[in-house]
Every structure is written in C-alpha cells, then in structure tokens.
Unconditional design. Sequence first.
Lengths: 374, 374
Amino acid sequence: MNFKDLETPCLLLDKAKLEANAARMKARAEKLGVALRPHVKTLKSVEAAKIYAPRDGRITVSTLREAELFAEAGYKDIFYAVGVTPNKLERAAKIVKGGVDLTLLIDTVEGARAISDVSENSAIPLSAMIEIDVDGHRAGIPWDSDDLMPIAQALTIHGRLRGVATHAGGSYGCKSLEAIADMAEQERDFTVRAVERLRDAGFDAPEVSVGSTPTALMARDLTGVTELRAGVYASFDLVMAGLGVCAVNDIALSVLCSVIGHQEEKGWILVDAGWMAVSRDLGTSGQAVDQRYGAVCAADGKFLADYVLHAVNQEQGIITRRDGGPIDKDVFAYGTQLRILPNHACATAAQFDQYVVLGSGNEPTAVWPRVNAW
Amino acid sequence: MNFKDLETPCLLLDKAKLEANAARMKARAEKLGVALRPHVKTLKSVEAAKIYAPRDGRITVSTLREAELFAEAGYKDIFYAVGVTPNKLERAAKIVKGGVDLTLLIDTVEGARAISDVSENSAIPLSAMIEIDVDGHRAGIPWDSDDLMPIAQALTIHGRLRGVATHAGGSYGCKSLEAIADMAEQERDFTVRAVERLRDAGFDAPEVSVGSTPTALMARDLTGVTELRAGVYASFDLVMAGLGVCAVNDIALSVLCSVIGHQEEKGWILVDAGWMAVSRDLGTSGQAVDQRYGAVCAADGKFLADYVLHAVNQEQGIITRRDGGPIDKDVFAYGTQLRILPNHACATAAQFDQYVVLGSGNEPTAVWPRVNAW
C-alpha cells in the first residue's frame, strides 16, 4: 500500500502518536494511584485498543455491540457506561453468561428494579453502578439524593451493586486548566460522598469510577477513587487541543482527502471530505479558536495553520483561508491530498469502518477495522 | 419481531410512506416529461431502492461503494454525482469493465485530462458530465465559463462527454415555494445554456441532468432537461418539511429510542439516542421552526408537537418541552419508547447499518441492510 495511492476519503491513524497518548494516560493513572479503565468508544477497534487497553485489564464501552466485540477478543471486565434501558437487559445477560464481568449503569429505581428482575428471571446476577451527577451536565442523581438508597435497595434484591460512577462532561466547557482541575476535584468529591453514604448504610460498594479525558489529565488528587475512565485521549482531537490538554501535534487521527476543484474568486478549495467523512461536529465553535469543521494539514501531516475546513456538504468540503484571503491554486492543485484534523475524534471516526494505520514515516502499515452502530 | 421488543436505538422505515413518496416523485417526473434518476445516497439500501428506483432505470450515487453495491444488484446506469478525484479512476474503470454504464462528474481541465488518460491506459472509455454551478452553492463552473470548451476537449480525447449536470443545493435555503420554483427555473436555464454552448461547438452532449428534491417538486417547466435527480424525497425529513415541500407526516424515517431517566427539575427526559444515533445535523436551525436535533413522536408515530430533542451527547439525548416547561414523568416513564424524526435523513441514516421496516400497522416486517463509508 502506497500513501499516494490511498483512495480518499479515508481515515488515518498515526500509530506512534496513539502509543505516546496511551503512555501518557497510563502514567497519569499510575501517578494518581487508580486503575485505568480506558473507554474504547472513540476508536471502537480491538487492534487499536491493544495499544491503550491491555486485554487482561478493564475497559469501558458505549454500546453492547462494543461489549460483544471486545468480549470476543478476550476482554473480560467491561463497563457499559450509558444508562441502560429494559430492552437491552436480555442481551446484557447473554454477555455475562458468556463469562464477561459486565457492569451496567443506572440512576433510577425503575432501572434498578428492571436489572433485579432480569437477574432473577435469567438466574444471572447483573451488576450495576449508580450514576452520580457531579456537574449538571447529563444523567445521574446528586450525591445527596433521596433516591440513592432506594436505587441500591431495589438493585440488590437480585442484582449486584458495584459502586458509583460519573462522567464530568462539563469539563469540556472549562475555560482554563485550573478550572478543569477544579472540576476533577468536584468529580472526585461528589462521587466519594455518594459511595460513603452507601457504605455507611451497609451496602457493599467497592468501586468509585470517575473520568473524562480533561479531568483525568488535570486531576490533582483522586483519593477515594478506584478507577479512572477516559477515551478520547487515545487519539485526541481539536476540542482537546482547544482545552489545552494536548497539542495539535498529538492528534493521532485525521481524514485524508483530495482536492476536487476550486471556486477561485470565492477563495474555495473543494475536497472530497464532506460531513459524511468529518461529521457535522462543530465542537470548537465555543472555544477561543473556532476550527469550523476541522483544521487542515498537508498530506505529510504538516499543519497548514492559515486554512480551515469552512463548510461541508454530504461528500464535499470547502476549505478556505481563515482570513478569507485568496488561495494559492498551485499549492492546492486538483488531486492534491490533504489531511483534516477532527474537532471530535469520536464523531469523525464513527463515519468510517476502518483505519489506515501509519508508521513513523507516514507509510501505511495496516488496516484496522472498527465497529459502528449498536 | 415485536415492536415493543425492538432494542433501541434503531432506525425505523415506514414502507407505506416510502411508497407514497416514491409515487409522488415518479408522477412529477412524468408530468415534467423527464427521466427520473433517483439518488440512492439517502437510504443506501438496495431493498429500499426497489421501491423508488426501478432496476432497469437510472440511479445516482454519492460513493463508488454505492456504485459497486447497486451494480452487483443489477443496476446498470449509474451516475456518480460527486466531482471525481484521480485516485478513484482505476476503481471506476473496474466498475465500467463489469458492464455498468457509469458516468463521472468533473469541473476542471485537470479532471478531464485524468479521465481521458485513464480511459486510454485502461482501454475503457470513461464517461463524464461537466458540472455547472447554477447557484454559487458548491462546485461547478458557470454556464458561460471560458473553461467549458477546454474541459470538453480534454475529456473527449479518450473519454466520453455525456452532457452537463448540476445540483441546486441553494434551494435548501429558499424561504418560499415560489423561491424554490424560481431556483428550479434558474437551474434549468443555466444548464440548458451550457449544453447549448457545447452542442453549438460540435460536441455530442445528450444529457442535461438537474435536480434537488425541492426544485424537482416545485419546477414549473423543465424544457431542455433530460433527467431529474432527487434523493431525500424517498424518506423526506424535517428540513424538507420546513421548506414546505412535504408534511411532517410524510417523513418515512425515524429513530426509535427509549427513556433512560429524567432530570425533573430541569425539565429533561434522557433517552438512548444521542448524536451517534441522530447525527449532529442542525439543518432546521435557520428555518422558521428550529427542530434542534429532531422532533419527537410517540412510539406509534403520533407527533408530540410540544417536545423536541434539545441536546445530544454521544449515546444520550435530552428531550425537553419546546416552551421549557415541566415534563410529565408518567407519560415519559423509564423505558418508554419514543421516535425522533430526523432533521436530515441522509445524515441520520448514515449512523445506522440497517432499517427496521414497518408495515401499515407499525409492525416490524423486515430488516434491510444499508451500506456506509466509501
């Protein structure tokens, strides 16, 4: 496989950067004294996960399809970290029956009852964490909620309580590294308070699971926490670079595209990467630097700071100069390959079914499949 | 398969609505006296296409993977309606070698030369349309461009000129049906002028291919046009409903999801359809009614006009009342199934790998696969 013969659009994964990002988070978890439970939802690839998620360790998934794929690949300790609905419990029970230590997530008494009921009916005790809301960002109950004990009670009739979990998604909106570190402390503090309430009430709740890439990288201390979850750090993306938790050059993922043509008088370079390739994610639009639909690099990965993927149609993207100035048609000639760095790696990767893996000289060395859908 | 046992999120396709939408566009093309070349890029499913694109007729595709899939299913007249890049030409030649009448799209002399060169080297004459820009919306050259003859000349050294093509994507931004009809006339007028220049110069250019769902439905007259392309009409979506070219009740596609929980004091209903299921498309944000990430229906398809999918995380969506008022937790109890109507059917469907097809009583009758990626 020759780089210049790659058919575009395709998704490139820089293996050396993936390895460096994996090593960085591993060192963080070790320094903080917690187990790392990498989230595989960004790359959804067993081959990629081998680099950042040891097969004998813990992983996090966002769908039961991921759980099944990774179970088949030998992963045995899997946390499905999305609030579970009743119509997924039979399938979850099957995964547990297959020998996987699968942990579910709930934040309602009704959910706890459903898990307990399926545990009884299938004679497979299902385990769950109770989701704690630490930042008002999405699901979960507050640490001091009156619902905490009723949920634990309903769950443990026939199911098993694993502990408490949270995701400080609010960290994505922080405006400084200091604010992220404060968010990490809040994440730690509220979950530990919740688990202490459970333990004081006599429940066996061994795990305190926290994490998001920003808080994982910025936390000062994780006393009381048992495991750290993070996912997007494996590849990083422009949102993370905008937050300051990585450099643009750390981003391991990019979409290779080719120049289709130009609208010279408008300063447009048309490429064959539209929203179908890069997604519609505008995650940097609220950050200091709005990267629109993605930053632009030359085919060899050199950052072209003056350009941005300004607009996207289904299979066509429009690159412009950030200052709106005229483009150099000779530099962006018909057929020229370019790379687009993603705003949000999870969203861009989801548009593809495989990665072209690059070696240290940018040469394609392998193709790794990924799994989508549910 | 029982509707209430469907695991969520999943993508529902209402067969009766698909059939009605197909019949409507077929009647339009007949009335306008042009051949219909349906675009299969929205549903990307051979089984669905059987309803709106006869196998012995013309189709349009947005990727070579679609071209290969439909060729294998027996479709022989395929227009790949995205400006082609050099790294796709070998694959295109293979498709032609397999007996398909494949038409490519270009708007540069360099692209024309590349097609001519591959035609010569592979001894397979490749055919192409020249893309005309009729609305300043994306690629293509103006009808009166100085590049028109040089492109036709470069192409026809070893390749074949099929004619001219355009897509009036600007019609998506029109504010009235009258404005869409005017856009359709502009689309017709500019492409016919372009082809007349080619014919006057002695080129054999039989085809004049125009279309977008809005202009196809609103065009008053298509004199000079030979074929009409449209895609999203098969399922329609909220963007089309917002433009007024269909009713909300015509939308054949929806995402079935389940209630995970609530944040009652915030008026939030959490569901298991996040951006991974509905996409990040905010296509109605500039319309009179902003549908945010999608409109909400009960499981049976009844429109719940007071609610909207307000925000999305990867695997979680947040439904709120449009007026921000309090939610009725009993109506949206844990586990309740709901449907989300998509802003943009092409984008939402792309998040899935199959459709659950519903019969006239909303009962699941089949599962149809779709193809993604390139």
